[in-house]
Design a protein around this ligand. Structure first.
Ligand code: IMP
Length: 428
């Protein structure tokens, strides 16, 4: 059976956790391919509400394997804490595997993330402060520590000793901070090696084996396409590749194995941190959506910026990912609005722009061209059939499909698994 990807179509926080949990009942494995504990996926099921940062959202189903692929950066303290917490609440964590090629977020990465952000001043990216950027920098700089390295103590000690010398020079000489003690870092590594050893595997092989046995594999995206290091609004992006290409490199998976790519979009837009967001609302409507939807970050608690649905960005996201189906989430949040708007183009210096620009300075100058659609009073909340949607809500969904260029396969009408409209089958 083939693999299916679930990818954020916007700036992250699209509700992928719920979607993955909803689909995971019909799959054999859920695998994370990018990002780290900057992600926060909320899953609501009969055991309660789970906020997962690293463990794949499918873990809540009793039979699904959870795999953390090589493209993920792992903070072992966070992972162990998360595993302890969810196993204490009755979730079986024995089916979790971690790629021995996944990079480790080291203590100096977290320290450097904060110093680097401070140094950016007004141009701060608004990172989650979890060491994500510095860990990926070391990966591409070829001075990263991988999960497999933790398990080879004799090679690890000289390696970490050398890296820490360099990192301490940056921390003390550039930022005037306090050097990290080698013994503390090595003690951590020793503990992490013991803790992660039972989970470390060549996961690319594991995934191949699952596919060869005709098992269905769900690829769990984190963050969103507009935060992609290559395709997002650079430099206001994360340091990994949340879009479909990242799923191949982040797992060691060939593209032919992927037969479906689901793009998850919220019925409006949100963004956390810095960077342009053309359809952003700065008025009472934005505030009303934020309060009703409780748009505050799962990872950092920060208030999310709110905007109307951005069809230009959505079409671009479709271009980058080739979505085979769309998932629209949080439609119920727009219940009761007199009218709703969608951004259908941008305007810069009086000129209309139909494409999402690569130049972030230009993106920052883009004014949204909004189209206004009539709202709906009848609730969409908890609706489970397309035919039960209010006429105007359905018209809104159709307009989004048109703008993005892809049919909706799932519409989410609430946080619970059963608050879902399955428009079309996802798995073929
Ligand atoms: P970093 O990933 O911590 O380096 O943060 C880089 C940018 O990505 C910041 O604007 C963050 O707010 C944003 N970001 C990272 N992870 C998420 C996420 O899961 N949801 C939404 N935004 C995120």
């Amino acid at each position: 059976m083939p693999a299916y990807a679930v990818i954020g179509g916007q700036w992250g926080d699209e509700g992928k956790g719920k979607v993955i949990d909803y689909l995971a009942g019909d799959v054999d494995s859920v695998v994370r391919y990018a990002g780290g504990n900057n992600a926060g996926h909320t899953v609501v099921n009969e055991k309660g509400t789970f906020q997962l940062h690293l463990v794949p959202s499918g873990i809540c189903w009793p039979d699904a394997y959870g795999i953390i692929g090589n493209g993920v950066v792992v903070d072992p303290d966070v992972l162990v804490h998360e595993l302890t917490e969810i196993s204490g609440r009755g979730i079986d964590t024995s089916r979790l595997y971690i790629s021995e090629r996944a990079h480790v977020i080291m203590p100096y990465h977290v320290v450097l993330d904060r110093y680097e952000e401070e140094a950016r001043g007004a141009a701060a990216i608004g990172t989650t402060g979890r060491g994500i950027g510095p860990a990926y920098m070391d990966k591409t700089g070829r001075i990263g520590v991988r999960v497999g390295d933790l398990l080879d103590w004799d090679a690890l000690v000289p390696m970490v000793t050398k890296i820490l010398e360099h990192k301490n020079a940056i921390i003390t000489k550039i930022y005037g901070g306090e050097a990290l003690a080698l013994t503390d870092v090595l003690d951590k590594c020793k503990l992490w090696a013991e803790q992660l050893k039972p989970f470390a595997q060549p996961t690319e092989q594991l995934i191949q084996d699952l596919l060869a046995q005709n098992k269905r594999v769900l690829l769990e995206g984190a963050q969103g396409t507009l935060l992609d290091i290559d395709h997002g609004s650079y430099p206001y992006v994360t340091s990994s590749s949340p879009s479909i290409g990242g799923a191949c490199t982040g797992l060691g998976l060939n593209p032919q194995a992927i037969s479906g790519v689901l793009g998850v979009f919220k019925a409006y837009s949100t963004r956390v941190g810095g960077g342009p967001m053309p359809s952003e609302l700065h008025d009472g409507e934005g505030e009303a959506i934020r309060e009703k939807a409780q748009e505050f970050g799962v990872t950092t608690g920060r208030a999310r910026r709110i905007g109307w649905f951005d069809g230009v960005a959505g079409k671009y996201s479709q271009l980058v990912n080739g979505f085979t189906g769309l998932v629209l989430t949080r439609l119920d949040i727009l219940d009761g609005f007199k009218s709703v708007k969608v951004c259908v183009a941008y305007e810069v210096n009086g000129e209309r722009l139909d494409r999402f620009p690569a130049n972030t300075g230009l993106l920052a100058q883009c004014e949204p061209v909004f189209e206004e659609l009539p709202g709906w009073d009848e609730p969409t909340a908890s609706v489970t059939e397309l035919s039960q949607l209010p006429k105007n809500a359905l018209a809104y969904v159709r307009r989004i499909e048109e703008l993005v260029g892809c049919r909706a396969q799932i519409i989410s009408t609430g946080p619970r698994r059963d608050e879902t409209i399955q428009v079309e089958p996802v798995f073929v």
